[in-house]
Every structure is written in C-alpha cells, then in structure tokens.
Design a binder for this molecule. Sequence first.
Ligand code: SF4
Length: 334
Amino acid sequence: MKWTLADLERFAGLFRGRSDAFGVLQAGRICAVRGELSLVQYRLHLEGRLRLGLYPLLPDGHTHFLALDFDGPEAERAADEVFERASQHGLTLCREISKSRGVHLWMFFSAPVPARDVRMVALMLLAEAHVKTEVFPKQDVLPADGVGNFIWLPLSGESVPMGKTVFVDPISHRPYADQWDFLHRIPAVHPRELTALIRQVPVSRTRPVPAGTDGHAHVYHGDLLPCAQAMMRGVSQGCRDVVAFRLAVHLKARGLSRERAEHILRRWDAKRNQPPLGLSTIREKVRSVYQRNYTSYGCEDPLILPFCREGCPIRRCSADAGGRRSDDEPAQRG
Ligand code: SF4
C-alpha cells in the first residue's frame, strides 16, 4: 500500500491519543513507551516494521476519537446494529476489520471532546442496539497512576495484505479499494453535534426520522448515491414498494450479491418502514431486480424525486445528456 506525505499526516491527524505515551508490540506484548509519536513511527507502522497503538484518554479527560471493539461470532451483526443506530442519529462510524477478524467502529471529532460525553453517546448507541462491547476510551477520567487503556492502530503494514486492519464499506463489508481516499473523506463530528445529541437523546429515541427529509446531514451509508442514502432512513406508506425496488437496483449496481441485498433490505424494511412491507414483498423486489436487467434509479419517478439531492453525479450526467428516461418503472405503489 503506497502513501504520500499528505496521507501520512492525515493518518497521524486522525489517530491521535495521549501526546506523552503510546504503545508498541514487543516480543508479543504491549509495551508502553513514554514520549510523543512522530511521523517516522507512524510510517514504520504502515510499513509493518513497528506495530503501534494509542492511549485514547488524554490527561485532561478528553479524547480525539471513539472506538468500539467487537469480537466473537456475533461481531458482524452487533457492529451492523450499532452502525445503523449511529446513522439514525446522524453520526458517521468507520468500520475496520481488526487483526483478529473482529470489527472496530471508529468515530472522529474535529476537536478533543470530553470522554464522559463520548462514552455517554457510545453507551446510548449500544443500549439502543441491545449490544455489549468494549468502548474506547474505557474511562471518563484517568486514574491517578495510569496511562489508561490501549487500542491498536489500523492499517498495520503486515496485516493489510491479508485484508486485516483495513477499512471496509459498512454495507458490503468489502475493503475500500483506496484506503487513503476513504481516510481523507471521513467527516469529523463537531463537539457541538455531540452535545446536541446528548440533549436530544430522550426525544430522538421516540421520534422517527420523517421520510424523504435530510435531517441528518452526516448520515453515512457507504457509497450509496444521495437518494438511496435518504431512502435507507425509512419511507412512509405509499412509496415503500417503489423505493424497495429502486434500493435493490442501487445495491445491485454497487456489486452486492442478491443474498446480501436481500439481507440489507429486510433489515431496512423491518426497522425503518412504518409499517413494513414484509418479507415476501422484499424478496420479490430483490428477485425481480437481480433476475432482469434493470438499471434505472427512477430519477424521474415522482415518488423518487423527493429523495433526489443536488451534487449527485448521476444528476450531472443526466443534465449533460439532456435528461434520462426511466425505462423500468415498477407498476405497484405500496
Ligand atoms: S439524480 Fe437520480 S440517482 Fe442521483 S440522487 Fe437523484 S434520483 Fe438519485
């Protein structure tokens, strides 16, 4: 994996812990080192010549990031659940395949935030997802005599060729072809967003996101086009049938298998739609899209238009080409 100085600086900027201590792997054990990490050490980590980890909890009780560590046979499912909950709250979590083939979910902040607030939000997400797992930082404040808990850095040079410690698409679970492009695109959560979320928790737990609105500017659903991201938040009766069909087209276009697309849409339907379409309808939509050569996203369908967003590359292409005709409209409206 090649990188530029800008990539290296981005990596060091994202993965920041205590400035006076870090950890390295020595003789199979974590060895705490006193001192500040340098770009040289980050580079050695990326090259696989040194394995680095961080102590995320800063001496003043703040942190630059949140990390959730999922292990065991339920790791994938549990991480999916938490990712979905975070998306509903407008939070971006980045998914990494850990060295042990578990899952790490990372969230980055634009400025250090109190670990207490971060942990409160993390525990709220876990509670909503009915999941238990390790949260980093593990404490709100440091014990008087300690450096806190430790987490390994991703993109470890020796593990990347084996598909481990790499970031993956949260829907397809496939590694991003260009890890650096992904790292440069990660949006940081502003401390104000965290504070606002903590204030809203009791409300947001009981109030569904209105269909077709863009209330969560930072919701992240992999690389789905903007309308699909909006539709994945759930839709109301009257357009569920059409939206399920178009979402299947989006997922197929992204190279997902029929089984994976059906899995995603079944979860979407059960969790986001009021009322759900039901298993047999979802199965039929996916079957229809995957058996035939449907390619249109329905950009001109009046039921899809409310989800359309400025800046979509398809929209630009369509304008250049003088408009795009939907040639495979599903007949039902449900
Ligand atoms: S132009 Fe089409 S594909 Fe793009 S956001 Fe709008 S409806 Fe979706």
